[in-house]
Design a binder for this molecule. Structure first.
Ligand SMILES: *Cc1c(COP(=O)(O)O)cnc(C)c1O
Length: 434
């Protein structure tokens, strides 16, 4: 049996523990939802206030040059680049993950169409994040391509063939925390003549990502999850240098023009990844994102992403062990992989107890009961038709999650299940955001 004392000993031994001080975390809160919205870095409020009062308030329009606002998409991109295994100048920060996916998937489809018009299929997972599937579906309406959804990760290689244009995956699946083998799947895609588009929403800043070494073609990622950039933070996109200048992306705006301030009536795409920009960067949000990315870079002298990954696995392993030791007999099932190499930075539990849960569902009610006890995880609705169970998700963020937090979270989960308090009506009201 693992005791709370054991968890405290792990914290005392943890080289990354001092990084928690970089964040403002409410007292007594166990926050296991950094995979949905990362916590606030202490530096952010001061930095954003400075940009507002000085750069904007005093500098006004002159700050585009004087404060370097124009360069923010590349400058922050260069800070994210080493976190995902690509070179400086290859990645830009812009727009949202959904919009960036639209841009890179369009570009990948255009490259494939030019090479072989018979390649019209985008292969993905049925359990991929819905926005990714919606974007692919809507591109399909425009370009006449179709979406082929695979139910089990093992079936992905067999789904690739002469009609496949693109393999589009989220590296760590949002529902089940499964970490795909990017190198193996990229190789399988290339062997079948397909290109790969990777969504790094749950992997950038959470697991070491090696886009270049693993043979990826295009990637997008999210700024407000493990990069701690704040709600709705700008996202990023990357195209392999061999592709970046080969196609137009469909949202050709003036910031992607080779000479934005020439104000020419005709579009000339900038070389490289800069053409993936569209309009004016959101400077305030960029300032917040940069503070978030800096918190990850602060881990560099302490071992960087390798140390973050090692601690993440230790945290999720502790979570799994404790659930097994302490929460038996209530019908919880692990929905995330038990094998370390296949698990991202979250533990997912399926829970669908009897109908006494009411309309909102048992898993939803358990998450609400935990939130009332100051343990924040989240709930993701399943879909019986597609065989997807309701899920409780618990994300760990090694920059600020402590081993004792994991112990406390599982203890609260145990109490919620043992007392049956999740069945109370007050835990069955669904809000807009789950
Ligand atoms: C969080 C997430 C997104 C978010 O997209 P937005 O455009 O920021 O709303 C997209 N894809 C995946 C896989 C995600 O996990």
């Amino acid at each position: 049996m693992t005791t709370r004392h054991d968890a405290l000993a792990l914290d005392a031994d943890d080289a990354l523990a001092p990084l928690r001080q970089l964040f403002q975390i409410p007292d007594g809160l166990v926050y296991l939802d950094g995979n949905s919205l990362g916590v606030l870095p202490r530096a952010t409020a001061t930095r954003v206030a400075q940009v507002v009062s000085q750069e904007w308030g005093e500098g006004l329009i002159g700050s585009w040059n004087a404060a370097g606002w124009m360069a923010l998409p590349q400058q922050i991109g260069d800070k994210i680049a080493p976190l995902v295994g690509v070179g400086a100048g290859e990645l830009v920060v812009a727009d949202s993950t959904s919009v960036n996916l639209f841009k890179v998937l369009s570009a990948a489809l255009a490259l494939q169409r030019a090479a072989d018009p018979a390649r019209t299929v985008v292969v993905s997972e049925r359990s991929n994040f819905p926005t990714d599937l919606y974007i692919a579906e809507s591109l399909g309406r425009q370009h006449g391509c179709t979406l082929h959804l695979v139910d089990r990760p093992e079936d992905i290689p067999a789904a690739l063939g002469p009609s496949t244009a693109v393999l589009m995956l989220t590296q760590v699946n949002y529902r089940n925390g499964r970490l795909h083998d990017m190198a193996a799947l990229s190789a399988a895609a290339h062997a079948a003549g397909a290109l790969t588009v990777w969504d790094l929403a749950h992997s950038a800043g959470a697991v070491p990502v090696a886009l270049a070494a693993d043979g990826a073609d295009f990637a997008v990622g999210c700024g407000y999850k493990y990069l701690n950039g704040g709600p709705g933070a700008p996202a990023f996109c990357w195209a392999h240098p061999r592709h970046a200048s080969q196609a137009w992306q469909p949202l050709a705006g003036w910031h992607g023009h080779a000479a934005p301030f020439a104000f020419e009536p005709g579009y000339q795409p900038a070389p490289g990844i800069t053409r993936y920009l569209c309009g004016t960067p959101p400077v305030l949000a960029m300032a917040a994102l940069e503070c978030g990315v800096d918190t990850l870079l602060a881990a560099r002298p302490l071992g960087g992403m390798a140390a973050i990954r090692a601690k993440s696995l230790a945290l999720t392993r502790l979570f799994i062990d404790l659930v097994q030791q302490r929460c038996g007999g209530h019908g919880l099932q692990f929905a995330s992989p038990d094998v370390d190499a296949q698990r991202g930075s979250q533990v997912c539990l399926a829970f669908s107890a009897d109908s006494a849960a009411g309309q909102a569902g048992a898993a939803f009610a358990v998450v609400q009961a935990l939130i009332a006890r100051r343990v924040v995880g989240d709930f993701r609705a399943g879909d019986a038709k597609d065989g997807l169970p309701d899920i409780l998700r618990f994300g760990v963020t090694p920059l600020y999650t402590r081993f004792a937090d994991v112990w406390d979270a599982v203890e609260q989960l145990r109490q919620v299940l043992e007392t049956g308090e999740w069945r109370e009506a007050r835990f069955n009201q669904r809000g807009v955001v789950t």
